[in-house]
Design a protein around this ligand. Structure first.
Ligand code: COA
Length: 331
């Protein structure tokens, strides 16, 4: 059996219709368009309404775009992975429901909880399944309904996050294109800085946890910002070194969209040009596991076969990494 590389062969996406602007947030909390724009780069974000549609609603829409675009028989899909921090339910997996709804009746499926690095971790899993030679079609979806875990009275988090989903299809590639290498990490000490305290086994839901607003996302922005910049830059440097590449060899950096200032700091740290960085944070905010595939969705027409892409992300846990992938098709 020859080991094949696993390439992305299609991209899909979905963002809800409802737009939450900085002007809307000015009416909800003590903030301003000026503060949000200068501190984060975000102008608006999409919100799933009603929230009860669940993350699967967006994941299914993103997956269906791929099935239709590529004219795939869904029964030939082997595996559906959903990277998400906001599954429809704690049990069972969102991936199971998505697979069934799109007609992937011969697939297995599971969720990955890697917070904002979930899609990066999912790329690793998807590519490993393909390279094993056992599977031919792996659908990877990054989807999050952040509005379901955000406290819209907390100005330090509610201005940042949005909802959305992006999907990619991984298939074997005969030309050696696709995922080439990766550096993936965790640091569990980071959970103090970015967490939802209640609702898990340590602190199950109770009337006290609800009253104390412990089911909402809590973030200490400054330390997270610092760790995000230094760890993503270090992971990128390591993956470049491992592959004898310099930053000039890279066509595009597909970086997690958490804060425009983080993207600027990474670009400065690595001496990357503005043209190398894909950016759409101004329209969607931080959609957690969906930011990387939504970048591919927005910029797909720019990407050309053989181009070198560097993905990077950082998120709760902490989780982070960098992945080197060569693009496999022209649109
Ligand atoms: N509007 C107006 N003022 C705000 C505000 C808002 N929405 N949010 C916070 N502030 C205030 C704070 O209360 C603080 O006021 P003070 O100086 O009077 O105490 C001041 O702005 C500075 O707060 P700080 O938290 O230090 O701001 P910051 O410049 O670090 O920006 C983040 C906050 C969250 C935007 C930024 O830290 C960040 O992006 N962190 C990383 C997030 C991230 O990468 N997450 C990755 C995993 S998803």
């Amino acid at each position: 059996m020859t080991t094949k590389t696993a390439a992305i062969t299609a991209v899909g996406g979905y963002v809800p219709e409802h737009v939450l602007t900085n002007a809307d947030l000015e009416q909800m909390v003590d903030t301003s368009d000026e503060w949000i724009t200068t501190r984060t780069g975000i102008k608006e974000r999409r919100i799933l309404k009603p929230t009860s549609l669940g993350t699967s609603f967006m994941a299914i829409a993103a997956a269906r775009e791929i099935v239709q675009k590529k004219n795939i028989d869904p029964t030939t899909i082997d595996l559906v992975i959903v990277s998400t921090a906001t599954p429809d339910m704690p049990v069972s997996s969102t991936a199971s429901f998505v697979a069934t709804e799109i007609g992937a009746t011969n697939a297995f499926g599971y969720d990955i909880q890697g917070a904002c690095s979930g899609f990066l971790y999912g790329m690793s899993a998807a590519a490993a399944h393909i390279s094993s030679g056992r599977y031919q079609k792996v659908l990877l979806i990054g989807a999050d309904t952040m509005s379901s875990i955000i406290d819209y009275t907390d100005r330090s988090t509610c201005v940042i996050f949005g909802d959305g989903a992006g999907a990619v299809l991984f298939e074997p590639n005969d030309e050696g294109l696709g995922l080439q290498d990766e550096v993936l990490r965790v640091d569990g000490k980071g959970r103090e800085f970015l967490k939802i305290e209640a609702g898990g086994s340590m602190l199950p839901a109770s009337s006290e946890t609800i009253d104390a607003r412990k089911h909402f996302l809590h973030q200490e922005g400054r330390p997270v910002f610092k760790f995000a910049v230094s760890n993503m830059a270090a992971a990128i440097n390591q993956v470049l070194d491992q592959n004898n590449l310099t930053k000039d060899d890279i066509d595009y950096v597909v970086a997690h969209q958490a804060n425009k200032r983080i993207l600027d700091a990474i670009a400065k740290n690595l001496d990357l040009s503005y043209e190398q960085m894909l950016v759409n944070i101004e329209r969607y905010g931080n959609t957690t596991a969906a930011t990387l595939p939504l970048l591919l969705w927005d910029y797909e027409s720019k990407l050309k076969k053989n181009q070198k892409l560097l993905f990077t992300a950082f998120g709760g846990g902490f989780t982070w990494g960098a992945t080197y992938l060569t693009w496999a098709y022209n649109t």
